[in-house]
Design a protein around this ligand. Structure first.
Ligand SMILES: Nc1ncnc2c1ncn2[C@@H]1O[C@H](COP(=O)(O)OP(=O)(O)O)[C@@H](O)[C@H]1O
Ligand SMILES: [Mg+2]
Length: 265
């Protein structure tokens, strides 16, 4: 495999907001020796112990590994939801440490979609209201927000269920609403943490098929954490974690052991 050196970082724009569009062959996400330790006061838990890898635009990557190996922490750090103690995370050419909280929030709202357990549907809102929420929050006009939410629900084949509340939907339908919400802003990157965790295998299959389809048709980058080997097998690449390290980044790199090599893609 040919190795190319890391592309140089793009300078942040004066307004601190959106980085210039990255060259097509530039990774959309890069982690360089990322360290994250949780300090609970009593114990220090090393959740990420020097993680390095890169993901190219339009990839669909599974992150697998035992419970407690740092998968959720990795996603939270990459998405800028949690700070890191050392190392760098470069998203779309910008080191996220150089972005203000405001700029990060804005970048996320425009460019990222989340299918996370903690980020659940609001029970009092209908399916379409849940889906349009991220748009309404980021200031999109109600009429346009509704139109886009309905299009997103159509993508996940739930348009007829738009007025239903989460409790009136099946587990699979609820997860499809969550995916519609993650996709409503047409994000470049979609993060999913155990998106099929609570679903039967048939429904899980359908959800992953939907993600694969979107990944192919829209060139959206999907990074999904999963315990399910069947789900992992359907992603084109699998990153394996153990004890806060990547033991295989799916491209033959192992951080910790060959860290200098894994800084290259
Ligand atoms: N908020 C937190 N406070 C303290 N420890 C945490 C916190 N979140 C995660 N951890 C610890 O960090 C390690 C990695 O956790 P996590 O990223 O959730 O792993 P995974 O998603 O692979 O199960 C675990 O040992 C976990 O107990
Ligand atoms: Mg987890």
């Amino acid at each position: 495999m040919e190795h190319t050196a890391l592309a140089p970082m793009a300078a942040p724009r004066a307004d601190g907001l959106h980085p210039p569009a990255a060259a097509p062959n530039m990774p959309i996400i890069q982690a360089l020796d990322v360290v994250k330790t949780y300090d609970t006061g009593k114990v220090r838990v090393p959740a990420l112990r020097g993680v390095s890898f890169a993901v190219g635009r339009g990839e669909m990557v599974a992150v697998m590994g035992p419970s407690g190996s740092g998968k959720t922490t990795l996603l939270n750090c990459l998405a800028g939801l949690e700070s890191v103690d050392a190392g760098r995370i470069i998203v779309d050419g910008t080191d996220i440490a150089t972005m203000s909280d405001r700029a990060k929030t804005d970048y996320r709202a425009r460019n990222m979609g989340f299918v996370f357990q903690f980020y659940n549907l609001l029970p009092v809102l209908s399916a379409v209201e849940n889906v349009e929420l991220p748009l309404v929050v980021s200031g999109v006009k109600p009429k346009e927000a509704r139109e886009r939410a309905l299009r997103a629900l159509e993508t996940v084949r739930l348009k007829e269920w738009q007025t239903q509340k989460p409790a009136e939907l099946s587990g699979g339908q609820r997860q499809r609403v969550t995916i519609a919400r993650a996709l409503v802003n047409d994000p470049a990157i979609v993060w999913a943490d155990e998106p099929t965790g609570d679903l039967d295998s048939e429904t899980a299959d359908e959800i992953i098929g939907l993600m694969q389809d979107l990944n192919r048709r829209r060139q959206q980058t999907f990074i999904l954490v999963t315990h399910d080997a069947g789900v992992g097998a359907r992603c084109r690449r699998t990153i394996r974690m153990r004890d806060g390290l990547i033991v295989d980044d799916g491209l033959g790199n192992v951080d910790g052991v060959r860290r200098s090599e894994s800084l290259k893609v």
